[in-house]
Design a protein around this ligand. Structure first.
Ligand SMILES: *Cc1c(COP(=O)(O)O)cnc(C)c1O
Length: 382
């Protein structure tokens, strides 16, 4: 049988072809490839979409995390608290500035920062006195918003700057508040496989703070001041291309509809798989953007191999927590220090998840997964 795609960008292109082509042609016609009118249009549409006062388009999700840390003046001697169970970029950005990531464990059911362990780590760092606690980067992993009320309370009590790594959660919400307004600054990514993805790298920052927004715009463009050749702070080349903005504008037209399709698919998976294995939890008041649908299965690698043989692609996000990565291990406390992250790394399995997956194909995924789990349980029993 034909193998299913894990993310079907082709089906999306077929749907949006006319609009995407027209948008790209417009850029080729006006020729303003850098910070052209599409970038400004995208920023205002994204601000409207999230409810944030400012949206600032940047060159990647990683730069969207880096820019606010630069603006904060984070550097050597500073501690930035990050979850260990996340994508590399979250842990990488403090290190790029000479600051130290401090790894925090996650909750088993939401995959997001565990506020109790966060509190423990902040107190530990403060008591040791070697590093100055400066910022928390919370991640909305797989599209599920973290517990932002509690994180905000901790950040306020400890005088820490709060950053939402929303690379996977654009379109998610807590109550009727969209992600983009829950932390001092929110960073998202337009990497092609993210819920809103371009045809290359891209990202955006969201904030309600006028002064911070102005600083972020300046850092994005080499730290320029009022005049382009007046450099008032250290910055980067962190701009989003007009061509990417053009593609994203075409995709934004159908984004709400795509989020609804992802939600329906998640509910279908939930119905089919919920009794047999651990499916993602969905706290009452939180709406997920379903960047991934990640189940937890014993014997994951064997189950995964059987699915691959049945033409079902899966992914493992993430096979190794950050505190055990070769490049970051010196900043962690070794095996056993983030036990939930370590356990999750061994049993998470992300299933095909995109707005163009048919019910028939979703059933094919569910049937194959249930069969593989049954076979594994049988083998375990001997
Ligand atoms: C994808 C991702 C990033 C980085 O985004 P890029 O656009 O690839 O730089 C950061 N954090 C998380 C959680 C991500 O999933």
């Amino acid at each position: 049988m034909k193998s299913l795609p894990f993310v079907d960008l082709e089906a999306q292109y077929v749907r949006l072809r006319a609009n995407i082509n027209q948008r790209i042609q417009a850029v080729l016609d006006h020729g303003q490839y850098i910070l052209g009118p599409e970038v400004a249009e995208l920023e205002s549409r994204l601000a409207e979409f999230t409810g944030a006062r400012h949206a600032i388009a940047v060159s990647s999700g990683t730069d969207a995390l880096l820019v606010p840390l630069m603006a904060l003046g984070v550097g050597p001697g500073d501690a930035v608290f990050v979850p260990s169970f996340t994508f590399t970029a979250t842990a990488e950005v403090p290190l790029l500035l000479g600051a130290s990531p401090v790894f925090v464990d996650v909750e088993e059911d939401t995959f997001n920062l565990d506020p109790r362990h966060l509190q423990v780590q902040i107190e530990r760092v403060a008591a040791a006195g070697r590093l100055r606690p400066r910022a928390i980067i919370g991640v909305d992993l797989f599209g599920l918003p973290a517990d932002w009320d509690t994180l905000e309370e901790i950040a306020n009590n400890q005088d820490l700057f709060l950053i939402d790594d929303a690379a996977q959660s654009l379109g998610a919400a807590i109550g009727d508040r969209r992600i983009g307004t829950r932390a001092a600054v929110t960073a998202t990514s337009f990497f092609p496989a993210k819920p809103l993805g371009g045809y290359g790298d891209g990202g955006a920052l969201f904030t309600d703070d006028d002064d911070l927004a102005a600083v972020y715009r300046s850092i994005r463009a080499h730290g320029q001041g009022e005049d382009r050749y007046e450099i008032v702070r250290i910055g980067i080349n962190g701009r989003l291309d007009s061509l990417q903005a053009a593609v994203l504008l075409a995709k934004l037209d159908v984004f709400e509809d795509e989020l609804a399709s992802r939600q329906r698919l998640a509910e279908h998976y939930q119905r089919r798989l919920g009794v047999a294995l651990t499916t993602p939890s969905q706290p009452q008041d939180r709406r997920c953007s379903w960047a991934q649908f990640t189940v937890q299965v014993p014997g994951r690698d064997q189950v995964r191999a059987e699915l691959a043989a049945a033409g079902i692609p899966t992914a493992v996000y993430y096979p190794k927590p950050m505190h055990l990565q070769t490049a970051y291990a010196a900043f962690g406390d070794g095996p056993g220090s983030c036990p939930v992250s370590e356990a999750l790394a061994g049993r998470v399995l992300s299933l095909p998840m995109h707005p163009y997956l048919s019910v028939e194909d979703a059933d094919r995924v569910a049937d194959a997964l249930l069969a593989a789990i049954g076979a594994h349980a049988e083998a375990e029993r001997g």
